[in-house]
Write a protein that binds this ligand. Structure first.
Ligand SMILES: Cc1cc2nc3c(=O)[nH]c(=O)nc-3n(C[C@H](O)[C@H](O)[C@H](O)COP(=O)(O)OP(=O)(O)OC[C@H]3O[C@@H](n4cnc5c(N)ncnc54)[C@H](O)[C@@H]3O)c2cc1C
Length: 477
């Protein structure tokens, strides 16, 4: 993966950059020791690493503003960072950048139950937003599998989703407002604790902008009353295609489960060995969960089970109590860890129309044979957001490149069938060079204009999202 050349002139000014940052931040918030900055050399796409020049850990919007103003004046690139769980290399540093981590900005600033919102600093972890309101019967809906670790900042930047987003939508559907600091230090209030803001929808532009347009320091999030209950059903099938058809039929019937999760045999076997959830031996399984009052749950599950039976499932297991529900989810929630215990893997994130699931799954199986690399599929099937995990050996020369080529072919396939390159993980560096597959030159240019407006010097989060050859001239200016 190509990265921009490190600017030696910036590196030569390291002592001056550190001194300027130390003037506006406490000493413990400026990290520049070569060993210590290694903690920030990668995110969860660990195949790519590069220690930053300096890392800073501000605590307030004012401090973030000071840092950005200084970096803007000194011409230093800045890579915003939440918890560093990006699977797309979104928070990968360059050797001449300042990493701006918001991990110390984790306070709850306001909670308003009558108007159903919470205002938090952006470094607060996803799960701890729900943690702050659950004793009062509320929750924050978007639930990435990384929710214990990932920050709201990263969720907003990547427009993250999760298992339960089929019903509640992804981050953009649950975000009401942000405080955004621009690269020159200007602080903007976008949206707010109300349903829709007047004027252009800048909130829609910021959500999913991958740290390209500014640094989010605070967020107003929609919180919802907890549903009365939820119940999952586990279904086993003897082929991926049949499971895919079942998903397609459930959606076609107009039922809206809160989640439909898919796992194929390699993934089931790995999670069984890892988490021992008691999953059946089968080619593919679905976990379908519905929410509501008991009669609502009974009615929806009856319809779903009726549809599933038409596809001759080899197992249908409805959770009878909380314990069984937890066991049904246990394997799914351990899937990434389980795959990681087998080998290195790259987790893809293409989205396809649900009706294309059977075809795309079959093609991925064929490609796996062509490339000679194993692949396991685990994903949010209800909204067509696929996560093929391609296994490779990082220590075997050529394996990473083979894996990248396989991944690129899968993502191109997603676009060919009418889908897109990313459902929830973002473009980052991983899919940067595939953007031309998705966007015509004029479409891409429109996006570059937005970047030009928010970050005219192109200092924010270099080398992500846009292909390097397309942005080279803008960066040079
Ligand atoms: C095991 C595992 C499971 C996962 N499951 C899911 C899942 O189910 N759904 C899902 O959507 N994702 C998932 N992810 C991916 C990842 O957790 C999400 O993309 C998450 O939102 C990243 O949050 P973060 O705080 O770690 O951000 P980081 O990795 O630190 O950064 C991600 C991006 O956000 C930008 N950014 C960070 N902070 C700011 C800020 N303050 N202002 C502006 N930009 C900023 C960064 O520059 C970068 O581009 C998973 C990751 C792992 C490792």
């Amino acid at each position: 993966m190509e990265m921009p050349k490190i600017d030696a002139a910036i590196v030569a000014r390291k002592p001056a950059i550190i001194a300027a940052l130390q003037e506006v931040l406490p000493d413990d918030a400026v990290i520049f020791d070569e060993a210590e900055v290694r903690a920030y050399e990668c995110d969860a796409l660990t195949a790519y690493r590069c220690p930053p020049l300096v890392a800073v850990l501000p605590r307030t919007t004012a401090e973030v503003s000071d840092v950005l103003r200084i970096c803007h004046q000194m011409g230093v690139p800045v890579v915003p960072r939440g918890a560093g769980t990006s699977l797309a290399g979104g928070a990968l540093p360059t050797g001449d950048c300042v990493i701006l981590g918001v991990a110390r900005m984790h306070d709850v600033l306001e909670t308003d139950y009558p108007n159903r919102f919470i205002r938090v600093q952006s470094g607060r972890t996803n799960l701890s937003v729900t943690g702050a309101v659950e004793s009062d019967g509320f929750f924050y809906a978007p639930d990435p599998s990384s929710q214990l670790a990932c920050a709201i900042a990263g969720n907003i930047a990547m427009n993250s989703g999760g298992a339960h987003c089929l019903k509640y939508g992804v981050t953009t559907n649950n975000l009401l407002g942000v405080t955004l600091v621009q690269m020159d230090g200007t602080v903007l209030e976008i949206g707010g604790a109300h349903l829709d803001a007047a004027g252009l929808d800048l909130l829609g532009v910021i959500c999913g902008s991958e740290g390209q347009l500014g640094v989010v320091t605070e967020a107003v999030l929609r919180i919802l009353p907890k549903p009365e209950g939820a119940r999952p059903v586990l279904m086993g099938f003897d082929s991926n295609e049949v499971a895919g058809e079942c998903v397609s039929d459930i959606i076609k019937a107009g039922i809206l489960p809160v989640a439909i999760e898919f796992m194929d045999r390699p993934c089931i076997e790995a999670t069984e060995a890892f988490a021992k959830a008691g999953y059946p031996k089968c080619e593919a399984l679905l976990i379908v969960e519905v929410e509501g009052s008991k009669p609502e749950i009974d009615e929806q599950l009856a319809l779903i089970i009726e549809i599933a039976k038409r596809h001759n499932p080899i197992e249908l297991r409805e959770a009878a109590d909380e314990d069984q529900a937890k066991r049904i989810w246990l394997g799914r929630k351990s899937a990434f860890g389980a795959m990681g215990s087998i080998n290195d893997y790259m987790c893809l994130d293409g989205t396809i129309p649900v009706s294309s699931l059977p075809f795309v799954l079959r093609r991925i199986g064929e490609m796996s044979k062509e490339y000679g690399l194993d692949v396991a599929n685990v994903f949010h099937a209800g909204d067509g957001n696929m996560h093929p995990l391609i296994l490779f050996d990082a220590n075997k020369p050529g394996d990473l490149e083979l894996c990248e080529a396989f991944g690129a072919d899968v993502l191109k396939l997603c676009v060919e069938v009418g889908g897109c390159l990313t459902g929830e993980h973002g473009v980052g560096i991983e899919k940067r060079d595939l953007m031309k597959v998705q966007f015509a030159p004029a479409d891409m240019e429109a996006q570059l204009w937005v970047k030009d407006v928010f970050d005219p010097k192109w200092l924010l989060n270099p080398a992500k999202v846009f292909p390097l050859d397309i942005t080279a001239s803008r960066r040079a200016v």
